[in-house]
Structure formats: structure tokens, C-alpha cells
Design a protein around this ligand. Structure first.
Ligand SMILES: [Zn+2]
Length: 325
């Protein structure tokens, strides 16, 4: 079933013509306003709930690691871990999200995958140390870990090329486990948020080139598409055909990341690289980010209906090796 993006635009025009006919025929301005409001509402609802979506970038929490706060764009966070889970599922229902890679601790992944089978478990190294390599392989074999990510190396003063990640990457390559790596920037004053070793420069995709050389069959995606390093991301995607990206966080958090996303997508289109760009919301504790991200991508006029279908769904389906339902 195709994503009805262009189709909705055509529908929108039809609605607009209908609205004009109504304006002409009906003199009562209040009644007219109500009709216009209802028609616009139907248009918007159709626009954000149609089509297939795979979200490559969600986060999971437990009461132990949940946090609250206002997002840079003003979104209020959920009140607790349970509410984030419920609101995230609600958003997935609203937007017909078929699958979603959710990143978190093993404990949080157990809660999420039990609550909804659309969640694909992504183990992220949010703690100081990774789980043992033995456990990692055991969890991959048992299906407890299906994706390795979000890998937080840059927050620890490292990159994916650091020796600590190498045995884990070798296992991911062996079992065909996708790897999601944090690239680009982060929140203002990240050092004060508990990550003293974080540095913006570490988010440059060029710094992980050795990983792509060492593991030619690794299914790797750059989360946030390199953000401000988007030109380096594009160069790397051209150089390494197994490198994918997601647009997580870029499409909603602030005007700067939105600008990077637009510039990246426009160039990716010109360079013929859109078939490796995937949708991701990176909702964190703000599930409303899922709707914002979908609306942002749908509103980009320089992308065709087919290109949006690729980004929202098809590229992720290929990358994750998902079969037709
Ligand atoms: Zn993230």
C-alpha cells in the first residue's frame, strides 16, 4: 500500500475547490467558517495518518533512567516512563507506523517489546560500560537484541572506530545486525548534562571511515545523518554503498537542524543518494516529535511522492531486511 503523500496533495486541491464553492454558495460567514475549519481538519488528519512508515529512531526508558524537561522547540516531556511508552504507542497507531527501532537498555527494551510487537529492540550503550561480549552475542541469538544502537561513543569522548566497539561490530557483521551510530551534534551544554567528554567534532562521519573499511558487510546507519557534517555524510555515502542514514531529531528539534535536514535532502536528491535515507523521529521523552517529524517531511515540496515513500518506508524495509506482511 503506497504512502498517500502526493495523493493527499491532490486531495487537498479538491478540498480547496470545494471550500471555494461553499464560500460562494453560503452567505452565513460563521457557518462558512465552521465548514472550512472542518474540511481543513479532515485534510490534515488524512495527510498525517495515511501511508506506511518505519521509524528508525525511537528511545525507550524505565523509571530508573527517565528524565523530564522542555525540548528546545518548547515541547513538554511526558511525566514518566510509562506515559512516554503509552504516548509513543498512541503516536504509532495514529500514524500507522508499521515498525519502529527503539533504542535503550536491555531492561527498557523488554518492557517496550512486550507492550507492542512493532518495536524492534535496539541496544544502546547509555551506561558507562557495554554489556559483555558474551551476553551481547547471546542476546542477538535469542532475539533480545535486533539492532546495536544508538551507539553513544561521541558522548564518551570516543567514536565508533574506538577499540572498545570492535568486537561488538564484528559480531554485528557476522549476524547481519544493523548498527545505529550517533553522528552530528547534541543539546547545548551537553557537558553539563552528564556527558563531560562529549565533543561536537567527534560526530563527524569521516572519523569512522576505518569502520567501513574494516567491516565491508556491516549494516551501518548514521543517526541524524551527520547533522551539520551533512556534506561529509554525503561523501561517505557515495564512497561506501552499505552506509545508510536516518533523519532522527533533525526534523523537529530546532530551526538549525531543520535547515541541515533540508540541505542534506536536497543534495542527496541531486547526488542520487535518497535510496539510503530513512525516516527517524528520535522522540526521546517528547512523543509529539513523531507527528512533527512526519509533518515536516511531508511538507517538503522538492521531494516527490515516490521519494517520500522511500524515506518513510521502503529504504528502512530494505535496510532491515523486512519481508512483506
Ligand atoms: Zn537518539
Amino acid at each position: 500500500m503506497p504512502l498517500i503523500v502526493g495523493g493527499n496533495r491532490r486531495k487537498y486541491h479538491k478540498w480547496t475547490i470545494l471550500q471555494l464553492i461553499v464560500i460562494k454558495k453560503i452567505g452565513n460567514k460563521y457557518f462558512m467558517r465552521t465548514i472550512i475549519f472542518l474540511l481543513t481538519l479532515i485534510t490534515v488528519v488524512c495527510k498525517v495518518t495515511s501511508g506506511q512508515v518505519i521509524d528508525m529512531h525511537l528511545h525507550s526508558y524505565t523509571d530508573k533512567n527517565f528524565w523530564v524537561g522542555k525540548a528546545p522547540n518548547g515541547f513538554e516531556s511526558s511525566k514518566n516512563a510509562k506515559e512516554t511508552l503509552e504516548q509513543t504507542i498512541q503516536k504509532m497507531n495514529e500514524h500507522k507506523i508499521e515498525y519502529a527501532v527503539v533504542c535503550g537498555s536491555i531492561e527498557s527494551l523488554e518492557i517496550y517489546t512486550k507492550a507492542d510487537k512493532r518495536f524492534i529492540a535496539g541496544y544502546g550503550d547509555y551506561e558507562d560500560t557495554l554489556i559483555s561480549i558474551t551476553k551481547f552475542e547471546e542476546y542477538i541469538k535469542s532475539g533480545k537484541i535486533k539492532v546495536f544502537g544508538e551507539i553513544m561513543a561521541v558522548y564518551k569522548g570516543q567514536t565508533l572506530a574506538d577499540p572498545v566497539y570492535q568486537p561488538y561490530l564484528a559480531i554485528c557483521e557476522k549476524y547481519g545486525i544493523p548498527v545505529g551510530y550517533h553522528s552530528g551534534g547534541s543539546f547545548p551544554n551537553t557537558q553539563n548534562l552528564g556527558w563531560p567528554k562529549y565533543r561536537i567534532a567527534l560526530g563527524d562521519p569521516f572519523l569512522i571511515e576505518d569502520v567501513l573499511v574494516k567491516y565491508p558487510n556491516l549494516k551501518l546507519y548514521l543517526m541524524h545523518a551527520g547533522e551539520h557534517f551533512y556534506e561529509n555524510t554525503l561523501r561517505m555515502m557515495d564512497g561506501y554503498s552499505n552506509l545508510y542514514v536516518d533523519l532522527g531529531v533533525e526534523m523537529w528539534i530546532n530551526p538549525m537542524t531543520k535547515d541541515f535536514a533540508v540541505k542534506f535532502l536536497k543534495l542527496a536528491k541531486v547526488y542520487g543518494l535518497l535510496d539510503r535515507v530513512m525516516f527517524g523521529s528520535d522522540q526521546m521523552v517528547w512523543p509529539e516529535a513523531i507527528t512533527s517529524s512526519i509533518n515536516f517531511l511531508e511538507a517538503l515540496d522538492f521531494l516527490t511522492k515516490e521519494e517520500k515513500e522511500m524515506i518513510f518506508y521502503k529504504n528502512a524495509k530494505t535496510f532491515l531486511g523486512l519481508k512483506d506482511k
